[in-house]
Design a protein around this ligand. Structure first.
Ligand code: ADP
Length: 503
């Protein structure tokens, strides 16, 4: 039961409040909110205490309260009030009101008319509630939602949202642009869905998506998607379900990003790896043939010289058969030497072990220096030796290791030109650590200009060089289980060193 003012009065209420008007007034005065009444002409006839406290009184002459409404809201509030006055319809609106301290706060004002027996409006009763906090919260929420949708559009990926049955309900700006869709018209996506996947991928994508929607498992696939310009590009797509508290899927969120460049780069890498493999094969072949040429050249040159000599002795008058025979024998020896070189090089590249003998490497060094004595004398090179007399014997292919020593010593001599007053070469042997010996050849030349490249086949800085010496030396040493390296000395010259495992 309620009276015209909306005040409830039931039996118990009467008991505790016999003087109803007094209690009603007390209630209105102390209620937390503005309560007011106006006569039918819009003049205040009652304002409670908290309303007066907020406005500080004063501005309540006919219509003057509109002055306290924020200028941006004033026209709307005035119209709405005017309309209610004319029609007698209740009003309800939100607007900003200036308090006596000059600050504006948001309020929600609602009022309704009180009528006499002939239904004429006699007064307006209303309340105005402070909704500043609610408005602030709404604004924050709106700002966050704007921020979020901005983020969704800015994210450098295509984002979408599906219903649990797979209907697309949202795509971000980036995806809409990618597919050439008008963004607000998200339903468009349904019509293009059938055509956006590459024909070779479409069935697999549908099958996987259907499976994931049915099982709730994560979707993750690569497929080609048709871009607005008619080009298919590779995408990496994923989707995860969002579940409610009961674990029921409420929606799916998905994203896909363009991996076309990555796919192309990988394909290009694969192609160049294949090319490289082919080139390496070819390089090995040419390395093999070049090293054969390098090593066989010497016996061939000797064969040519001995054949000339042989012919000369036999065509002399009278023919010198003995000298001719001697030259012919040398030709046979040269042919044997060439054949040996070829079979050694073949074995080296086929990694076939050669017959090894246990040797004293110091002795091998002496033998090589004897062999090269003409060259050493002709270049006035001084040889210093620092050989470890306790060097343990090593199992090796003596011809191959001699070949290494010849190469290193010859390179050292060639590195010191005739104008170099030092022209000294130091050859050292030592037991590097138990189980390994170390041989080094140290010169006083100009040092390596490009130490990184000297093991590349055909790398040479000499006008008549072939660039195969050091690669072959390294192959030989490695085939023996050792290591060979080069280094420039601190001030002058270079050192080439290698290790060999002890027998
Ligand atoms: P080649 O002697 O036919 O050039 P190598 O493979 O033996 O072939 O040597 C390759 C290159 O390494 C040489 O051309 C030279 O530039 C450099 N090199 C080799 N030994 C030395 C050294 N002791 N000092 C400086 N440079 C060297």
């Amino acid at each position: 039961m309620s009276n015209d003012n909306g005040l409830t009065k039931d039996a118990s209420f009467r008991e505790i409040a016999p003087d109803c008007a007094e209690l009603a007034l007390d209630l209105l005065e102390n209620i937390p909110g503005h309560v007011w009444s106006m006569d039918s002409a819009g003049r205040f006839i009652y304002r409670n205490r908290s309303m007066d406290a907020y406005f500080g009184g004063g501005l309540f002459d006919h219509g003057a309260w509109l002055e306290c409404v924020h200028s941006d809201d004033r026209r709307y509030v005035a119209n709405s009030w005017q309309q209610s006055m004319e029609t007698g319809e209740p009003f309800d609106n939100a607007h900003r009101l200036r308090g006596f301290d000059g600050e504006f706060r948001w309020f929600r004002a609602s009022g309704r008319p009180s009528r006499d027996a002939r239904a004429r409006v006699t007064a307006w009763h209303g309340q105005t509630i402070d909704i500043e906090h609610q408005k602030k919260a709404e604004e924050n929420l709106r700002a966050r939602s704007v921020e979020l949708s901005l983020l969704v559009d800015m994210v450098p990926s295509n984002l979408w949202r599906l219903t649990p049955d797979g209907t697309t309900t949202l795509v971000n700006r980036r995806m809409a642009d990618y597919l050439g869709l008008d963004l607000p018209n998200v339903s468009d996506i349904a019509s293009v869905m059938d055509t956006i996947f590459h024909p070779d991928d479409a069935d697999a994508v549908y099958a996987e998506l259907t499976r994931c929607l049915a099982t709730g498992e994560r979707f993750s696939m690569r497929y080609r998607l048709l871009r607005a310009d008619g080009v298919y590009r590779w995408m990496s797509g994923r989707a995860e379900p969002l579940r409610d508290q009961d674990g029921t899927i409420v929606q799916w969120f998905g994203l896909c990003h363009d991996i076309e460049d990555q796919v192309q780069t990988t394909a290009a890498l694969r192609r160049s790896a294949e090319k490289l493999a082919r080139a390496t094969q070819a390089a090995n072949l040419s390395q093999l043939s070049a090293s054969i040429a390098h090593e066989v050249n010497q016996p061939l040159a000797a064969i040519a010289t001995d054949t000339d000599a042989c012919l000369r002795w036999l065509s002399a008058d009278p023919p010198n058969v003995e000298r001719g025979k001697l030259a012919a024998r040398r030709i046979t020896q040269d042919v044997v030497a060439a054949t040996e070189v070829i079979s050694r090089i073949r074995a080296l590249f086929q990694h076939e072990p050669q017959a090894r003998t246990v040797e004293d490497v110091n002795r091998l060094i002496h033998e090589v220096l004897d062999l090269m004595s003409d060259e050493i004398v002709a270049t006035t090179t001084r040889i210093d030796m620092d050989l470890d007399v306790h060097l343990p014997p090593v199992s090796l292919d003596r011809v191959q290791v001699q070949q290494v020593l010849v190469n290193l010593i010859r390179n050292g001599i060639q590195a010191m030109d005739a104008t170099n007053p030092l022209r000294s070469l130091k050859i050292m042997s030592s037991s590097e650590r138990p189980g390994t010996i170390r041989i080094s050849v140290e010169d006083a030349g100009n040092g390596f200009k490009d130490p990184e490249r000297v093991f590349e086949p055909f790398f040479t800085t000499k006008s008549n060089g072939m660039g195969m010496g050091l690669p072959i030396c390294r192959s030989i040493v490695e085939a023996h289980g050792g290591r060979l390296w080069v280094a420039n000395n601190g001030t002058i010259g270079a050192t080439v060193a290698f290790t060999l495992p002890v027998a």
